[in-house]
Design a protein around this ligand. Structure first.
Ligand SMILES: Nc1ncnc2c1ncn2[C@@H]1O[C@H](COP(=O)(O)OP(=O)(O)O)[C@@H](O)[C@H]1O
Ligand SMILES: [Mg+2]
Length: 383
């Protein structure tokens, strides 16, 4: 495989050589699944869930013994769309395996047969169906699972951004899915999600169908002791230098949040000449440039917010992390309206994914946005 131009991958998965650590997590996931159990994988967005799933799917043990499918349902809003996505993912994975697989797919999943079309130019089979043509989503889903069960090898199906199902309008989605999944003897599942409270409600509320149906893995940041040598190794591989202090300052500024680190080191790698050294000043400049590039996006996000919400957002961005969101003294100190009104605004900002909270400590979800706000409305930041 050709090496990527830049070893710091910022989208998707390339190969194990460009993937840092996650040794323990990978082995836990693989062990859980190969022992016939399902897995729930939870972390904030951009921490590395999807990458980790891909990484597991590339391990020899998995490649040899399983068929793997990864379906991202972030943009879906109904069971019909879910079924469409899953059907298409299966089809796209099977197609390269040959005509026999495609024929078998449409023969078992008869309700998707209208999706079978031939490309008029190449003659290749395509999966082409309007979401409106999926009439009985539940029935099709049942057929899809039946198909997986009839397959030569067992399957691992990862459903990414799974919390989305709790927004579907159809009734009893969770019960339906749970029943179908429970019937699968040859398939195991990874349910990944970024919205912790929604995921927790699905899997850890005793009244819900998925209650305790899967083992939990909460994905934390990659440890600095692993990330530091990873960065140095990739710089040095191309005769570039970067000192430990620079790496650590950046790591700490972003609290090890994977995507942000990869973004910055990708940039720093590209601006460091071969035989050159990456300095702290270069890092500062690279980060400021990055925030500047996002400026229009950040401004339009702010434009869409009512003043009440902006007020509290600025305070949180200024402070970085806030725990006493509804205490009287906090409100007074920052000239905020009544605690109940602050609470409403905070909830609305959380629903929009602009704020996030961890054990009742609130912060700006997007770390670049947080730094930018700190510059605009606070005392700035420094690495
Ligand atoms: N272990 C890792 N080593 C290096 N880069 C990683 C690692 N895990 C994730 N990434 C990168 O970080 C970014 C965010 O990861 P992703 O898996 O998309 O996060 P999530 O699914 O949690 O939102 C991606 O660009 C991915 O390439
Ligand atoms: Mg993801």
């Amino acid at each position: 495989m050709k090496a990527p131009n830049n070893p710091f991958i910022t989208g998707g998965y390339f190969s194990a050589a460009y993937f840092c650590d996650r040794v323990q997590e990978s082995s836990e996931i693989i062990r859980t699944l190969t022992n016939g159990n399902n897995m729930v994988l939870i972390s904030p967005r951009r921490m590395g869930k999807t990458g980790l799933i891909e990484h597991c799917f590339h391990q020899k043990e998995v490649v040899t013994n399983y068929h793997t499918f990864l379906v991202d349902i972030y943009a879906t809003s109904s069971l019909r769309e879910f079924v469409f996505k899953l059907g298409k993912e299966l089809f796209d994975t099977l197609k390269p395996k040959g005509k026999h697989f495609v024929d078998n797919f449409f023969s078992v999943i008869s309700s998707l047969r209208p999706a079978f079309k031939l490309d008029p130019y190449t003659g290749a089979a395509t999966f082409d169906i309007g979401i409106g043509e999926i009439h009985e989503a539940e029935f099709t889903l049942e057929e899809i699972f039946k198909y997986l069960e009839s397959y030569d090898k067992p399957s691992i199906v990862a459903i990414d951004e799974f919390q989305q199902i709790s927004r579907y309008p159809e009734k009893n989605i969770e019960a339906t899915l749970r029943t179908l999944i429970q019937k699968c003897k040859k398939s195991n599942f990874i349910f990944a999600g970024s919205q912790r409270h929604l995921m927790h409600n699905i899997f850890f509320s005793s009244s819900r169908p998925f209650y305790q149906s899967a083992s939990l893995l909460q994905l934390a940041a990659i440890h600095e002791a692993e990330y530091l040598p990873f960065v140095r190794k990739h710089f040095q591989h191309n005769k570039k230098e970067i000192d430990e202090e620079t790496i650590l300052e950046i790591y700490r500024l972003f609290e090890g949040h994977t995507w942000y680190l990869q973004q910055i080191f990708n940039e720093l790698y590209s601006v460091t000449e071969p035989d050159g050294t990456c300095t702290l000043e270069m890092a500062d400049k690279a980060l400021r440039n990055k925030l500047y590039a996002y400026r229009p996006l950040f401004q339009s996000t702010l434009n869409l917010l009512p003043e009440r919400q902006k007020e509290i957002l600025y305070v949180i961005a200024k402070e970085g992390k806030v725990s006493q969101i509804t205490s009287g003294s906090f409100n007074k100190r920052h000239g905020l309206p009544s605690p109940s009104s602050v609470q409403t605004s905070v909830k609305q900002l959380m629903d929009k994914d602009i704020l996030t909270s961890e054990n009742k400590v609130y912060s700006v979800y997007d770390r670049f946005f947080g730094l930018w706000l700190k510059d605009e409305f606070g005392t700035g930041w420094k690495i």
